[in-house]
Design a protein around this ligand. Structure first.
Ligand code: HEC
Length: 187
């Protein structure tokens, strides 16, 4: 058997459903296969995008971004920004939207909580800054769709740091300590 030849009766890599009826020159089968491959590839790219972004130690904003949850002036400013810009989705008590792990029929995610029950504190200061400034669509790339815009054109960098500092200031002491560890030593 030459390399590339299939044994007699071979039903195709995915079994009879996808490939068996293919005859030479059968374009519709080829197109269907191509569409399936393209769709699978785009799903894989989006998933890898999320995983890569969350797994990386810091976002593209660089490791120099630091929140200031112990600075009362920054936290007060951040709370006002949070109530004006973020509370409509993430909740006045930072509780997020109901069933926030369940995607909408459109495929989009509801807004997650920013309190200790969410996963905001699993991410470094730089990652949180990056997703707030550029928005989930730009951070994840591909055709990813999110209800959250990027705030780069709305808030200054200092205002983004202030609103995230307010969020961190609300976490219990043990969560804040964990988040300090996730951030690692100051560079
Ligand atoms: C229109 C609704 C909406 C508004 C307003 C909004 N967000 Fe979001 N936010 C979302 C959604 C939905 C997600 C989930 C990400 C996705 O779509 O994949 C999210 C995710 C996030 C995340 C990632 C959290 C995690 O653990 O994954 C951060 C950080 C965040 N938002 C911060 C903010 C901040 C700060 C503001 C205000 C300046 C804000 N958001 C305003 C809807 C919103």
């Amino acid at each position: 058997m030459k390399p590339g030849d299939y044994p007699p009766g071979f039903q195709g890599l995915h079994g009879p459903g996808l490939t068996a009826p293919a005859r030479p020159g059968d374009k519709s089968i080829m197109n269907r296969k191509r569409i399936v491959i393209a769709m699978t590839a785009s799903v894989v790219i989006v998933v890898l995008g999320w995983v890569a972004w969350w797994a990386l130690p810091s976002g593209s904003a660089g490791a120099s971004v630091r929140l200031h949850p112990d600075d009362p002036a920054v936290v007060t400013q951040g709370k006002a920004i949070y109530m004006a810009q973020c509370a409509s989705c993430h909740g006045e008590q930072l509780q997020g939207q109901p069933d926030w792990r369940q995607r909408h029929p459109s495929g989009r995610l509801p807004a997650p909580p920013h309190d200790a029950s969410g996963h905001t504190w699993h991410h470094t200061d730089a990652q949180l800054f990056d997703v707030t400034k550029r928005g989930p669509e730009a951070v994840i790339g591909g055709n990813y769709k999110s209800d959250m815009q990027g705030y780069g054109g709305v808030l200054t960098d200092d205002e983004i740091i202030a609103v995230l500092s307010f969020i961190k200031s609300t976490w219990p002491a043990d969560i804040r300590r964990n988040h300090d560890l996730i951030n690692g030593p100051r560079s």
